[in-house]
Design a protein around this ligand. Structure first.
Ligand code: HEC
Length: 193
């Protein structure tokens, strides 16, 4: 009888420990996976952009880039099981307006930028719960590099043809007048845990 009782108790404890999922936490492994997703995404986007500029010229790159960037964003996310996009307060594409969480982090990045406290290693990770689902949210700053000025620089830096195409596709464009090294926005990743 005692044996049976112990067996039942043992099975009960086993059952409880199996049904209780461990509380998600930000591990170094999770952070480095997100960091590598961010890096790969930014690199593939940049290589598509550079290749298009080199083969078909800057004007063609604008229209190709406007579709490709969104497509790549979707495809990349689906293949990795993550949601990935770029956001900015001074956005060109209306789809790239930051949400509440992204605005909070972008403001923090801007503050760090103004105090010279931002660097290529800067990133932000937070665990959130949305409708009972645990998610990790990751953000990484994006900076303006020399080749970006062709399309995000000052009046003089953007050619009239490029301006024409941009104005046609994005009548509410805010993503210009940037300078080398400026904080352009951020990459934003969400992953369900
Ligand atoms: C050939 C023109 C072109 C070049 C060069 C270019 N961009 Fe863009 N960029 C665009 C267009 C068009 C969009 C809007 C479409 C999209 O990607 O969602 C955009 C959107 C963005 C966005 C998303 C936020 C928003 O404003 O909608 C970021 C961030 C961005 N660019 C950063 C960069 C950086 C950094 C570089 C340089 C490495 C760069 N861009 C070079 C044309 C360009």
């Amino acid at each position: 009888m005692k044996k049976l009782l112990f067996s039942v108790l043992f099975l009960f404890i086993l059952f409880i420990s199996c049904t209780q999922t461990p509380k998600p936490e930000i591990t170094e492994q999770l952070k480095s996976a997100l960091r590598s997703d961010a890096k790969t995404f930014m690199e593939s986007l940049k290589s598509v952009l550079i290749k298009e500029i080199q083969t078909h010229g800057i004007v063609s790159a604008v229209s190709v880039c406007s579709d490709t960037a969104q497509l790549l964003t979707n495809n990349y996310g689906i293949s990795k099981g993550i949601y990935i996009k770029r956001v900015s307060f001074k956005n060109r594409n209306p789809m790239n307006v930051p949400d509440e969480f992204e605005s909070k982090v972008l403001k923090m990045f801007e503050e760090m930028y103004s105090k010279n406290q931002i660097n290529p290693e800067t990133e932000y990770v937070e665990l959130i719960e949305e409708d009972g689902i645990s998610k990790v949210r990751y953000m990484k700053p994006i900076f303006v590099q020399p080749e970006c000025l062709n399309c995000h620089g000052t009046e003089e830096q953007i050619s009239p043809q490029v301006k024409d195409v941009i104005n046609k596709i994005y009548p509410d464009d805010k993503a210009k007048d940037y300078q080398m090294g400026d904080l352009r926005g951020a990459l934003s990743i969400q992953k369900t845990l």
